[in-house]
Design a protein around this ligand. Sequence first.
Ligand SMILES: *Cc1c(COP(=O)(O)O)cnc(C)c1O
Length: 462
Amino acid sequence: MNMITNHLPTAELQRLDAAHHFHPFTDKAGLAAKGARVITRGEGVWLTDSEGHRIIDGMAGLWCVNIGYGRKELAQVAARQMEELAYYNTFFQTTHVPAIALAAEIAKLAPGDLNHVFFAGSGSEANDTNIRLVRRYWDVKGMPWRKTIIARWNGYHGSTMGGGSLGGMKPIHAHGGMIDGIAHIDQPYWWGEGGDMSEDDFGLARARQLEEKILQIGPDNVAAFIGEPVQGAGGVIIPPKTYWPEIQRICDKYGILLIADEVITGFGRTGNWFGSQTFGIKPHIMTIAKGLSSGYQPIGGSIVCDEVAEVVGGAGEFFHGYTYSGHPVAAAVALENLRIMQDEHIVEHVRDVAHPYLKERWDALADHPLVGEAKLVGLMGSIALTPDKAKRAKFPEAANVGYRCRERCFANDLIMRAVGDRMIIAPPLVITTGEIDILVDRAKKSLDECYQGLKADGLFVA
Ligand SMILES: *Cc1c(COP(=O)(O)O)cnc(C)c1O
C-alpha cells in the first residue's frame, strides 16, 4: 500500500502550508493564524484528517467525488494509461483512444443532439471555450454583432476571467474586473428575494427579466444565455418550476443559444444523468466537469449540439484549445468512472433510494427553530437560516450565522458548506441510507449548537 502515513506532525504541515501554499478562495493571513485542516485519506463518503478524525463529507469534495473516495479501479486505469500513453495532444489532426472513447460515451449519455465534445481541463476552462464558441458561431453565421452573453447574478461559472465574468458574484468581479459583453439578470431565489409573490409568479417574473434584458440590449446583439439548472455555489438555489420553461420559451423566441452549465448538475446529481432532463431544458451546449471524473482527474468539457458543431466545425480551423484537452489519463479515468456509474446503477440509486430517504429527513429540518426552508433536488440540498421563519427574515451580517454554523459542523465531523446564511450539502452519490442518517443527525446537532450559541450571545434577532 502506498499510503502517505508517515507525514510530518500536523503543526509542522500547517506551518509549511502557511509559508508556501497560496490557497484558492482563502483569506491567506486568516488561515495562517488558524492552521488549515489537513485531509489525509478518503474512503467512500468518509475523510480522515491528520489528527485521525473521521469526517463525513457532505460536499463530495467540491461537488465532484460522486462515486466516493478510494475506488481502486480508477487508480488502476490511471496507472495503466500512464504506462501505455501518458500524454499526447489532440491538436493538429491527431487523436488517441481514451479521448475518442470518452467523447463517444458522453455523446451516448447526453440528451438530444448533444453529440460533440470539446475537452477542457476544468469547468472554468470549458466556460471560456463556450464564450469563444458561441461568438464564433454567430461570426460564421454572418451576424458578428451577436456578442453579448446573458447570465445571472449570483450564478457561478468558474474563476478564470471568462468564467468569473459569466458568473454573477460581485466579489469575484471586484478582484480583476470583467471581460466585455456579459450582462446579468436577477436569480430565481424565491425564499430570499420573492417578497409577497407566489413561487410560481416569482419564477415567471425572474425568467421574464431575460426578455427585458434581450430587448434592452437589442435581440440582434445577444449571442447566448447561460445558467446552472440549479445554482450550486450561489447556495443551492432550486428555481420555481415555472422558471426554466419560460427561459426556454424566451431563448427559442429570440433564437439565442442556450448554455446549461451542468458542472454540478451533470452525471446524476439531480437524479437524472443531467439537470437539464430534471428541469426540461433543451440546451445547445452543456458545460461539464466535476462529476465527469468524480474528481479523480481534472477534466471538463463542452457538449455541443449538431448545429453549433457543424457551423463552427465547417468554417475552417477554430483557433482554440488546451494542451490538456482530452488528456489521455484524465479521459481514461473519466471513462472508467462512467462505466462504474452505469454498472452500479448510481443514478438510479440517487433517484430511487438516496433522494427519497434524504428528502424525508431533510424536509424535517424545516421544523428547527433556526431553519426557514429546507430544499432538496436529487442529492443537492440547502437550508436557509433565519431568526423568523414567517417573515423569511435575515440575520444581521455581523451575526455571521453561516460561518458559526459551519464551525459547529466542523466540530461535529461533518462537512457542510455555508453560503451566506444558507447551509448546503451535495454528498457523494453512493451515500447509503445509514450514512444519510449520520449526516442528518450531525447536521441537526450542529444546528442545535449554533442556535444555542446565537441565543447565548444575544444574536438570535432579525
Ligand atoms: C465548479 C463550477 C465551475 C468551475 O469549474 P472548475 O473546475 O472549478 O473550473 C463552473 N460552473 C459551475 C456550475 C461550477 O459549479
